[in-house]
Design a protein around this ligand. Sequence first.
Ligand code: SF4
Ligand code: SF4
Length: 449
Amino acid sequence: MKTSNETRPLYPQRPTGKWHNRRVVFSIAIIALLFVTPFIRLDGQPLVLLNVIERKIILFGIFIGPQDYWLFGLTTLSFFVFIVLFTTVFGRLWCGWACPQTVFMEMVFRKIEYAIEGDAGKQKLLDKAPWTSDKILKKGLKYTIFLIVSFVIANLLLAYVLGTDELYKIISEPVEDHIGLFSGIVIFTAIFYWNFAWLREQACTVVCPYGRLQSVLLDGNSINVAYDHVRGEPRGKLHKGTDRTEGDCVSCFQCVAVCPTGIDIRNGTQMECVNCTACVDACDSIMDKVGFERGLIRYTSENAIVRKTSKVLTSRTWGYAAVLVLLWSALGFVVATRTDTQTTLFRAPGSRYIENSDGTISNLYTFKIFNKTNRIIKPSLHLDTPHGKLLFAGSPDLTLEAAGMSEGTVFVIIPKSELKGRKMVLKLSVSQGNRQLESFETTFIAPEE
Ligand code: SF4
Ligand code: SF4
């Protein structure tokens, strides 16, 4: 319960133990991966770019631009189905082990806090203490480091959104040249600072929508950090020298003391539990002390606790897996058949054919060429139907910027003698150098014979 002297509602004890050590190693790997990924390039492109503002996304070297509706839609849908399947089987494994919020909160910010202010008891005393020079020094040091780390994380976020080249420009060039983006870094630094210094576990328990979906996604077979109530209940204090009639839970409340979200896991699976495993370690150490078998709190499912059987592959998981395979197949097809450009070419509105004095027929078209890549393309438009030619209105520069578009009008001119019927299908293509990027068809209108 929060009191008027406390600045935080929760003071979780410093977690220690086998599972915590594993998470430390895994978190170091995750943080290293998060910081290295924006610098990895594939064919000169970032491996990952998440510019949602301009809808330019690169995933594992595949550029998903504003024109890639199918690719974007299928990728997003596959992602959500994968989350649903993963959560149904493994519960909130993601939250405890890989979510950046948990990783940074528990493995960076809380570690800094424990190092400067000490464990939970000392933190509580410090918060209640008057503002002595020692308190000012500790709090000042902690929040300064929090601010610096928040600034680093804000830069990391921008590296994912804008790419490292853009970020380098913001850092190396005068601030007034990038005032908008610099403001972005300041705003995100403030948001991360507020999140990790004040919001903390409430980001998971109040804000995060994923946590709120658990009641729908989890079932009796989902694997979670869970308390074995069959073995633990009825709980009761340990009294030396008397025969124990209660279950294995000795009501020491250590699992509650270490919980970063402040819940009692013995009340069952709860939306607030981020599966951080702190209570597993805490309970195991108590079990060791009292001489009971470890694992009163462990990774398990409700069915495994109650019925002693658990199925990972249920009809529900098979169903999700089937949907995911279908989506991935469609995604594979879209990627395999994807072209670098997308051209639309239509007869100019209201225009008919033109009979020229040299015995040729012209149709006027308007065209738009979209660049679906993240690099500059210098395309050329070709008529692949023999005997005809293209005559551009003016001399348009077709150069396409990354994810850009060029447009113009063009006459298709065909000798009357080559025309067969009133409507004829024409084949056209877009190339860059000798490489054909795309081919498509349009119709050509000729006079009645
Ligand atoms: S740490 Fe284990 S023994 Fe102690 S209260 Fe929690 S479940 Fe019971
Ligand atoms: S109940 Fe256990 S696993 Fe869940 S958040 Fe609390 S300490 Fe972590």
